[in-house]
Write a protein that binds this ligand. Structure first.
Ligand code: HEM
Ligand code: NAG
Ligand code: NAG
Ligand code: NAG
Ligand code: NAG
Length: 338
């Protein structure tokens, strides 16, 4: 009897936790935490002052979170003895950074509105703020996401694209998330801010597609510069700018691609490939069109959900919040047994 009761409550609990019905909307915290967006932006501003690159690094987290089982902050979970998280996945290890800025934002939110704002929503707000603070477009974000109970390194390894990817591969990958060719090109424009490592480009400088030769689409003067930055056998962690104006969110990235000055292979391939080339050209001449398409893409990417159960985490690194409520049910059942 008590067991039946327990499972009934567990069932209720799982309904309560279900992300299936999570309807996202712009006013989600207007009653429960009206200052949420202000708090996030304030911490992002401080982070930018401390280290300009950090806001680009935080913005990137939205992509790496949303593509792996939806925007559920699974990315932010630290490894545990029972779970290999996503932080050490192939595309993330030694590459994703500024998790401490996310912690700082979360601490500020918890001080003001404990247990209310999800880490998944935090990433979405922070990504938007990074774009705005760098001079890019502003937009209203949809909120109401829940945080996952788990993470999957394997899924991240399977899904996240390599810097070696070609355009056809990327078109196919993005289409699996219902993201169009225009979305792919516009979202790649996020590389208008931030940096990448020599590790991510040495293959295209010295051995493109195993040819023993450099990628022929790199403009010669630019290749000279990259060769100096990233000599063969050099330190893989040295970083270079992803476009010529790495702290300003603008359409310089697309101008660079048109001129053979893309940093990553996955960037330059968007101009080499005829299917994506016209979008690159269009965005290189119209920043307005780029901004509009970028916002559309970010909103679509932010809509990705797994439909799995979720909670509001108190600490973005730890999946802890669902336990206390279930423990209470255990105690109730035990007491009745006695
Ligand atoms: C289209 C497929 C994409 C590929 C293959 C890709 C790959 C990469 C790589 C290899 C780096 C440099 C990492 C390193 O060298 O350590 C990077 C940096 C970055 N990516 Fe992407 N990316 C893609 C799409 C996106 C999207 C959709 C966003 C966000 C909306 C994004 C945001 C960023 C940002 C902001 C940085 C700079 C981060 C920093 O400075 O710390 N990327 N990306
Ligand atoms: C693109 O990359 C995929 C996967 O790595 C590969 O199978 C395909 O042959 C490449 N396509 C072109 C046109 O290079
Ligand atoms: C893509 O759209 C289809 C049709 O609307 C939908 O069934 C599917 O779940 C979507 N896929 C993703 C990853 O959102
Ligand atoms: C270039 O790549 C090919 C294929 O991956 C490999 O067999 C070859 O040893 C590489 N050459 C150099 C110089 O690294
Ligand atoms: C970069 O630095 C990390 C940590 O400091 C190190 O583990 C890694 O091997 C380095 N990677 C490369 C490509 O040199």
């Amino acid at each position: 009897m008590t067991y039946t009761l327990f499972f009934f409550f567990l069932f209720l609990q799982s309904l309560d936790l279900s992300a299936m019905a999570a309807t996202l909307g712009p006013k989600f915290y207007s009653e429960s935490c009206p200052q949420a967006e202000f708090i996030v932006k304030d911490v992002m501003k401080k982070a930018m002052k401390r280290e300009p690159r950090s806001i680009a690094s935080v913005m990137r987290l939205q992509f790496h979170d949303c593509f792996v089982n939806g925007c559920d902050a699974s990315l932010l979970l630290d490894d545990t003895p029972n779970m290999l998280g996503e932080k050490l996945a192939l595309s993330n290890i030694n590459s994703l950074r500024s998790y401490e800025v996310v912690d700082e934002v979360k601490e500020a939110l918890e001080r003001e509105c404990p247990g209310v704002v999800s880490c998944a929503d935090l990433l979405i707000m922070a990504a938007r703020d990074a774009v705005v603070l760098s001079g890019g477009p502003n937009w209203e974000v949809k909120l109401g996401r829940l945080d996952s109970l788990t993470a999957s390194q394997e899924d991240s390894n399977q899904i996240m694209p390599s810097p070696r990817s070609n355009a056809t591969y990327l078109i196919d990958l993005f289409s699996r998330f219902n993201l169009s060719v225009q979305d792919l090109v516009a979202l790649s424009g996020s590389h208008s801010i931030g940096k990448g490592r020599c590790f991510s480009i040495v293959f295209r400088l010295y051995n493109q597609s195993g040819s023993g030769k450099p990628d022929p689409t790199i403009e010669p003067k630019f290749r000279e510069k990259l060769d100096k930055l990233c000599p063969l056998g050099g330190e893989g962690n040295v970083t270079g700018d992803l476009d010529a104006t790495p702290e300003i969110f603008d359409n310089q990235y697309f101008k660079d691609l048109v001129n053979g000055r893309g940093f990553l292979n996955s960037d330059q391939t968007l101009f080499t490939c005829p299917i994506t080339r016209e979008y690159v050209r269009e965005f290189s001449v119209s920043q307005e069109k780029f901004f509009k398409a970028f916002v559309e893409g970010m909103i679509k990417m932010g809509d990705l959900q797994s439909g799995r159960p979720g909670v509001i985490r108190r600490d973005c690194r730890v999946a802890n919040s669902h336990r206390p409520r279930i423990e209470v049910l255990f105690e109730t059942s035990n007491r009745k047994d006695k």
